[in-house]
Design a protein around this ligand. Structure first.
Ligand code: CU
Length: 106
């Protein structure tokens, strides 16, 4: 009974996620690529942040209310939005002087 319930939940979660547009940020040499990431306003999106460096990084954005560590050579998935039109700055908190960018919802 418990197994049936769990697989039903996974199924509905997968179906929902499949319709969300995906965007990707790469961290390399303590820089984000791209530094300006445009996404559609008013839509939920999936953001994959991939860290190609050999040191961990923390994706942090006060305006997006997100803070998440990305292991060295690892990646995280964040679901954002729906966002109003605007510019949402983010930084890599462990290398804040170099690792910064904006998500631009338009
Ligand atoms: Cu932090």
């Amino acid at each position: 009974m418990a197994g049936l319930t769990i697989s039903t939940i996974f199924l509905s979660v997968n179906t929902g996620f499949a319709e969300v547009p995906e965007f990707r940020l790469i961290i390399k040499d303590h820089l984000f690529e791209p530094t300006q990431l445009e996404i559609p306003a008013g839509e939920k999106i999936k953001l994959i942040v991939e860290n190609q460096d050999v040191t961990p990084e923390e994706f942090e954005s006060h305006s997006l209310n997100r803070e998440k560590i990305i292991p060295a050579k690892g990646k995280i998935i964040l679901f954002l939005g729906p966002l109003e039109k605007g510019t949402y700055p983010f930084v890599g908190e462990f290398h804040e002087e170099s690792a910064k960018g904006n998500i631009i919802a338009k």
